[in-house]
Design a protein around this ligand. Structure first.
Ligand code: PNW
Length: 445
């Protein structure tokens, strides 16, 4: 059965940051330090999903999705990052999973969606190889409790974005600006993926995936130097995370003047490359890059962002290019061939400045056009031979959009953060009709 779902992440929706024994995560620390998040927003309350999860499951059941991708808050389970387990944290996900199953909604659980226990950051976070082993312990704890009812597990969410924003640029937690010295955070996350995969399989987890944020890369011109810049960007953003998992090798970064990954030890790539049941792909937009101007200071990077022009943009300023999803998926198939497992589009969506009108209706026509275009592109990729098994809209609810706080709304459901009132937007009603028709015909969209 093709999986149609919505996606969320723990820190972005749960709130209840200090309840039931939850430990501190790097996002608690980061958001509470002034200047890091727009308007000083934090995830302390967020969508209060920790208390309102049942209402949110009902919203999904009414929408007609057959799957839900959520993430588990690591510090709710292991508050200090060590092996000590907080049962109340496990109990929360137990209730949620039972609630989903009762509605026929297949749970897909992400282990790490960026909310690392602060205690692990205090020991170096993902720059410390030991964190990979702690992820495996955590994978063991949660799958021992939930794998009997959760058939789909995603080890990591977007290790590229976490490395770049968290460790290279410092715009996300843990707020470190190490530039190219952030690279060990890539390897240690991937090692954690491999070790966690083993732990999940030992507990009978059904399907194990990793989710990478992928982007088609366009060269700004036909010039050879721009083509090389595009190749370099593609290597760092896409191949650095897909190659080791799917092929068992890292791409050669030295070809672009980027230092080699010296964190890699003998045997690591075998751990990272064990067979997967699927590749999770998050797609938002393509990226267009150029070679740096002669003498420009790019911090050692062999490319600059040239911007995608000539397309509509979202509230975030991200270009809307539906065909980029088809290009991305067929490109993955072309590059990896039979080494590409079934693909799950684990996130796709857009932000808009949505507010209810005088009639109470949130008329988000832009989101409807976005989703309609991307679902058509998904279908085109499948017609061209890409084995896609699922599609998840980011996001069910307007939520805490990281460094942007509550200022970027990605939800199918509007949230009034002052009252926690949920209002399904026009896109929710549109998708509901779409899913009902899909159910009727039995084929994807
Ligand atoms: C993803 N970019 O993050 C995350 O998985 C979600 O938690 C997030 O809410 C969603 O996309 C929307 O931002 C991204 O700059 C963050 O290319 C930044 C980028 C892409 C994805």
């Amino acid at each position: 059965m093709f999986l149609w779902g919505t996606a969320t992440a723990s820190y972005q929706i749960e709130g209840a940051a200090a309840e039931d024994g939850r430990g501190t995560s790097i996002w608690d620390t980061f958001a509470h330090e002034s200047g890091n998040v727009r308007d000083g927003h934090t995830g302390d309350v967020a969508c209060d999903h920790y208390h309102r999860w049942s209402e949110d499951v009902t919203l999904m059941a009414d929408l007609g999705v057959n799957s839900y991708r959520f993430s588990i808050s690591w510090p709710r389970i292991h508050p200090r990052g060590d092996r000590e387990v907080n049962q109340a944290g496990l109990d929360f996900y137990d209730r949620l999973v039972d609630g989903l199953c009762a509605q026929g909604i297949t749970p897909a659980a992400t282990l790490f969606h960026w909310d690392l226990p602060q205690a692990l950051e205090d020991r170096g976070g993902w720059l410390n190889r030991d964190t990979a082993h702690r992820l495996a312990d955590y994978a063991h704890t949660v799958s021992a409790r939930l794998a009997d009812r959760v058939p789909i597990w995603i080890t990591l969410n977007e290790p590229f974005i976490h490395m770049v924003f968290g460790y290279a640029l410092g715009t996300h937690a843990p707020g470190r600006a190490l530039f190219l010295d952030a690279l060990p955070a890539a390897h240690h996350q991937l090692l954690g993926h491999g070790l966690a995969t083993r732990a999940l399989r030992a507990n009978g987890a059904g399907r194990v995936l990793v989710t990478n944020n992928c982007t088609p890369v366009w060269a700004a011109s036909d010039a050879e130097r721009d083509a090389r810049a595009a190749d370099a960007y593609d290597t760092l953003h896409n191949r650095l995370f897909n190659d080791p998992v799917l092929l068992g090798s890292y791409p050669d970064l030295s070809a672009f003047g980027v230092p080699a990954l010296d964190a890699v030890r003998d045997g690591d790539l075998e751990v990272i490359a064990q067979p997967l049941d699927g590749l999770g792909v998050n797609y938002y937009n393509p990226t267009r890059v150029a070679a740096p101007a002669p003498g420009a200071d790019t911090g050692g990077l062999p490319f600059v962002d040239a911007g995608v022009t000539g397309h509509p943009t979202t509230a975030f300023g991200w270009p809307v290019v539906p065909d980029g999803l088809r290009e991305l998926l067929t490109g993955l198939r072309a590059r990896y061939g039979d080494a590409l497992p079934p693909v799950y589009v684990t996130e796709n969506g857009c932000s808009q400045a949505d507010e209810p009108g005088p009639d109470g209706v949130v008329d988000d026509q832009g989101r409807i056009a976005y989703l309609d275009g991307h679902i058509a592109a998904l279908r085109a990729a499948m017609a061209e031979g890409v084995d896609v098994r699922g599609y998840y809209v980011w996001s069910l609810l307007d939520n805490f959009e990281w460094a942007e706080g509550y200022n970027q709304r990605f939800g199918l459901v509007h949230v009034d953060f002052a009252t926690q009132k949920r209002t399904p937007k026009a896109s929710y009603h549109w998708l509901k009709n779409r899913l009902a028709a899909e159910h009727h015909h039995g084929t994807p969209a």
